[in-house]
Design a binder for this molecule. Sequence first.
Ligand SMILES: [Zn+2]
Ligand SMILES: [Zn+2]
Length: 280
Amino acid sequence: MKITFWGTRGSIPAPGQETVKIGGNTTCLEVFADDEMRVIVDAGTGIRKLGASLMKEMPAGHINLLLTHSHWDHLAGYTFFAPAYSLAHSISVYGNPMAQEVLRHDIYGRNDNRYFPVNMDDLRADIEFHDELINPLILGSLKITTMNLNHPGNGYAYLFECGGKRVAFVTDNELGLQYPGGNTPKDIISFCQGVDVLIHDAQFTPDEIEKRRGWGHSTYVEVADLAHKAGVPHIYLTHHAPEREDNDCEIILKEANRYIKKKKYNLSCELAIEGDSFSV
Ligand SMILES: [Zn+2]
Ligand SMILES: [Zn+2]
């Protein structure tokens, strides 16, 4: 699998010179499997650039879009996702039903221009919504397992498996609090058990978190502890706070590595950076 980060910012886009290195676009991840099966996770503002790149690389074809939850920072880019306007493309939308509902009925609507000037009927692609939970979801060589998030309004985390390799994508998840409809710490450890790579929300610092309990996010300390308990060798921290400049993100990475070293965890840690890819 090749995983590409098209947007790793949390809450709201944060463009500008101060964020040029880490990136300012909100959540969008591309999973590309050996059999050329492609799954896009979330339609944050990062999906605009991905759409433009797909129009060149794949002028016709099928795209799978998998949604974690309905919050705006995970859907706002869809209105500028070029393949949705292309007669030559078809799109299957999977994942969180509330996110699908917001996409179909609130953002576009039918003859309703409150949020966006274009209506759902104007989208040229053949778009199919699958709003029932399919768990696991099999798409070609990819097996995708779902877990409920601890997040306001809930949502889904995803585990991608292909050719014996496993990558977990857990964004907008509060490790320090259990929500109704969410998951116990034990369930989360078992979901992440032994994955090759864990990409997890680490929006807040340990200093900030106590004043942000109930906001649905985690710290690098909580993510590193989870990875250690689940026997995960590699983590990417994502959903960077919008006010965090490049330098602040680098300080967080240094502090995370200092913590990992102090605890003697067998774990490597990186920041999820817009435009970066990794393969497993
Ligand atoms: Zn978010
Ligand atoms: Zn959210």
